[in-house]
Write a protein that binds this ligand. Structure first.
Ligand SMILES: [Zn+2]
Length: 169
């Protein structure tokens, strides 16, 4: 059974509803939002408009919308940052490193000199996966590591705006 993380209220629902400045792109079924943790500058997530938890909950329409949005923002990231690569990843359940119970598909521009290895940054850096069943995530042990990748709301808004300006027509 896939064990879901607990986060109440859901930060991604809040972003879609009340923090419009975080939104880079939107369509009928998907939103692209800036990631609060910038392991790489420009790191963002494509999320469903609906509050659903995992890949297994998506409709066929949502599956298509997520990938179309991921491609659009990848094009914008290439134009904005000239990265060496674009990493995409998506976690389903706490044992895969999922931290928010709302479907999100990570899109990350990879640059030379980043220090978290080849795979998804959260998995390389955090003890996110494999925590106690049914327990909500306790971020206290992450403080030092989080500090390194945390940026101000103003910086996030600027980054989101820059990527937005480079979206394809
Ligand atoms: Zn949600």
């Amino acid at each position: 059974m896939i064990e879901l993380p607990i986060r109440d209220p859901c930060d991604l629902c809040v972003a879609g509803r009340e923090e419009r400045w975080k939104i880079i792109d939107e369509s009928e079924h998907a939103l692209t939002v800036i990631n609060p943790w910038q392991f790489e500058v420009g790191q963002c997530c494509v999320i469903t408009r609906r509050h659903v938890a995992t890949l297994l909950d998506l409709s066929d329409q949502e599956c298509g919308a997520i990938m179309a949005s991921a491609k659009r923002v990848a094009e914008a990231l290439v134009k904005t940052y000239r990265p060496l690569g674009i990493l995409t990843f998506q976690n389903n359940g706490v044992f895969s490193g999922q931290e928010t119970p709302h479907f999100h598909f990570h899109v990350v521009p990879r640059q030379k000199g980043s220090d978290w290895g080849v795979g998804p940054p959260q998995l390389a850096t955090f003890d996110g996966a494999g925590r106690k069943r049914g327990a909500s995530h306790d971020p206290s042990g992450d403080a030092q590591r989080r500090e390194r990748v945390q940026v101000s709301a103003r910086q996030l808004a600027e980054t989101a705006g820059l990527i937005r300006s480079n979206l394809p027509e």
